[in-house]
Design a protein around this ligand. Structure first.
Ligand SMILES: [Zn+2]
Length: 321
């Protein structure tokens, strides 16, 4: 009898660890260790935030230090944050010591509050522009967007803003883990940091790279700046793992390559339209044809035209300088 009970209890321990987070038709989600490193990522469904994914569509990650964990972009709302926390605890019981937020968009940092509720001393870091802009209205704007799309924002307010600043070129050690921060002045937004984790040789790209889905380019972004950033990444440095803001992580060519190709194709055809004194949209068909499988990415149909318009305006603006 004793033996049966112990077998049952072992089974109970294993099964609670095995059951992943069920997210309706999108399947199961859990943290996965990246190779033999101390980096764990739960890749969200690469799509727009909606009611079915409950606003979970980014890539929450954590790095295991000696005494605790360092989380990068915990997710898009308080409730998702609670789920992310549950999933972290299934694979690692150490406390969360720090959170790094890659940029100002709420789908990446609105879950800060759920982590801070359990770990009130957690230090939350971001670029000073992120902190400033989030407080100046960006948080409220994203609350409105995500509330409308997901209906899952309960508990997200009051916002848990980052309180610690990370600047371009800064080197920081947290719990024995070493990070180098890169801030492109203007790419996905003007608030981004790219995070280099030394011990695992990983580069966290934030939304400067997406795969399998497209997101918006807002007023603070620069598509030309994003291209410049990614061309630099393609040329310089070699990391074992590249982690996009949305979509699967992987090697440089397969992760950074497709998004850079997307942006450069937009630029090429917008430039042609501009040079010929034509409207920005005249080569939309050519863009889609050239992009092939990328034209099937989530949100392509309603984002591509906007992006083409944006890069056309940027080319125009540059020409006026
Ligand atoms: Zn973003």
């Amino acid at each position: 009898m004793k033996k049966i009970i112990s077998i049952l209890s072992i089974f109970a321990i294993f099964s609670s660890a095995l059951f992943a987070w069920e997210l309706g038709k999108y399947g199961e989600f859990k943290f996965q260790r990246m190779g033999n490193s101390n980096v764990w990522i739960m890749h969200g469904p690469a799509m727009e935030p909606n009611r079915e994914n409950r606003g979970f569509m980014n890539n929450p990650a954590f790095i295991e230090g000696k005494h605790g964990l360092i989380v990068i972009d915990p997710g898009g709302n308080y409730r998702v944050g609670k789920k992310v926390l549950e999933e972290i605890e299934k694979v690692n019981k150490k406390p969360i010591l720090a959170i790094l937020n890659t940029h100002k968009h709420g789908d990446h940092w609105f879950a800060n509050g759920a982590m801070a509720e359990k770990y009130p001393k957690v230090r939350i870091y971001a670029h000073p522009n992120m902190i400033k802009e989030a407080k100046a209205g960006e948080a409220e704007k994203w609350y409105g967007i995500l509330n409308r799309l997901t209906g899952n924002l309960e508990g997200t307010k009051p916002f848990k803003f980052p309180a610690y600043e990370l600047k371009d070129g800064q080197k920081i050690a947290i719990d024995g883990q070493h990070f180098v921060i890169h801030h492109p002045k203007k790419a996905h937004t003007d608030t981004d940091i790219l995070i280099e984790h030394k011990e695992s040789n990983t580069l966290f790209l934030g939304d400067n790279v997406m795969k399998n889905r497209l997101g918006g380019f807002d007023g603070s972004s620069s598509i030309l700046g994003n291209i410049e950033l990614l061309e630099g990444i393609m040329k310089n440095g070699s990391y074992d793992l590249y982690v996009p803001g949305h979509g699967p992580s992987g090697a440089k060519e397969e992760t950074v390559g497709p998004f850079l190709r997307y942006l450069k194709t937009l630029k090429k055809w917008a430039q042609k339209a501009y040079d010929n004194d034509e409207e920005y949209y005249v080569y939309k068909k050519e863009v889609s044809k050239e992009l092939g499988p990328i034209a099937k990415w989530d949100a392509y149909d309603h984002q591509m035209g906007k992006h083409l318009n944006k890069v056309y305006r940027e080319i125009e603006e540059k020409d006026m300088e």
